[in-house]
Design a binder for this molecule. Structure first.
Ligand SMILES: [Zn+2]
Length: 340
């Protein structure tokens, strides 16, 4: 029997999205649930599996499916396990054989990998990285993930966890504690919860100095990156500072990443902007300007940031806006560099 479909499942720290996809990459059916704060993996699967089975039935039954592909934080492609994922209670400090659990629940073979690696493969097959052989995929969300592609292959390394760039140390002096247990990691400053933490710190400081900010009207313990985003769009200076600081540290990190595979050959850096429904546009400008400045403006035109085009999330208009802005800035910066 012809098996025309696969099921894709993207497990994020906050949301889980899934869809039935055909060989051309068209998403035929899709769904979404909250990843939730379940104590145990079996409880999370009990919430997810009925939704997957419903879509499977809608598409004609499990006989129509080649397989299920799952992208998950700390997903191990070699073993099909989710290992010590700090942002999900049910996978924190434990190893969950999730691919096997999904196969048991659906009757369909399942493979699993790190979410950023899955995003890299998706973009390479159907999206903005189509035809590219060397690039890094960065995912910004509840954590900061990355998937490195060299010679058209995702790099998995010795244990399946190669290329976790969210945990490069950016601040060695008094660095923030990261979910991985170390101090000063990029993720401790640039994930969505880390942005909220920065906002809390800056708001407390602003209060002490007698400065006004829209953020002061929120319950600071419950402040989210979405709140900061909304305040920034309303022109709040403290909220804009949060984006500036986050953009700067991401820019610092990104400036180093292309060197992994020879910055002047054919590297492209991708960013998966997903930590707020839309994103405060100047954030992106700050990020890329810092990256360019630190790289001494010697980057080749093909080195840049590209918001992704493929995925189960819908982020079209902002993505288009950011894409145009990014390209303009890169072009202007390179022109300036040439005349100096
Ligand atoms: Zn870390």
């Amino acid at each position: 029997m012809v098996k025309p479909y696969v099921m894709g499942v993207d497990i994020g720290g906050t949301n889980t999205v899934f869809g039935v996809v055909d060989a051309r990459g068209e998403i035929l059916y899709r769904g979404e649930i909250k990843t939730g704060n379940y104590e145990e993996a079996k409880d999370y699967l009990a919430a997810l599996a009925p939704h997957l089975n419903e879509l499977i039935e809608k598409a004609g039954g499990k006989e129509k499916f080649n397989g299920i592909g799952i992208g998950a934080p700390n997903g191990n492609f070699y073993t099909g396990t989710i290992e010590n994922a700090p942002n999900m209670k049910w996978a924190k400090g434990t190893i969950v054989p999730f691919a096997k659990m999904v196969t048991d629940a659906t009757g369909i073979p399942c493979v699993l990998t790190n979410d950023a690696n899955a995003a890299a493969m998706g973009e390479m097959t159907y999206g903005v990285a189509k035809g590219m052989k060397h690039f890094i995929m960065i995912t910004l969300g509840t954590g900061v993930g990355s998937g490195i592609v060299i010679d058209g292959k995702v790099v998995y390394g010795n244990d399946g966890f190669a290329g976790e760039l969210g945990h490069v140390i950016m601040r060695r002096q008094n660095g923030r504690i990261c979910g991985c247990g170390r101090r000063g990691c990029l993720e401790a400053y640039a994930s969505a919860p880390s942005m909220a933490l920065t906002a809390r710190e800056l708001t407390e400081h602003a209060k002490e100095k007698g400065k006004t900010t829209l953020l002061a009207s929120y319950d600071l313990d419950k402040l989210t990156s979405k709140d900061v985003h909304d305040a920034a769009l309303q022109g709040d200076e403290i909220a804009k500072d949060v984006f500036r600081l986050t953009g700067e540290i991401l820019g610092e990190a990104f400036a180093d990443f292309p060197d992994f595979f020879g910055a002047l050959l054919a590297p492209v850096l991708l960013v998966f902007l997903d930590f707020v429904p839309t994103i405060f546009p100047p954030f992106y400008l700050i990020l890329i300007m810092v990256m360019l400045i630190i790289s001494y403006l010697v980057l080749e035109p093909q080195v840049g940031l590209e918001p992704t085009t493929y995925g189960l999330q819908n982020r079209c208009s902002t993505t288009e806006l950011l894409r145009r802005t990014t390209k303009t800035i890169i072009a202007e910066s390179l022109n300036k560099a040439k005349c100096c």
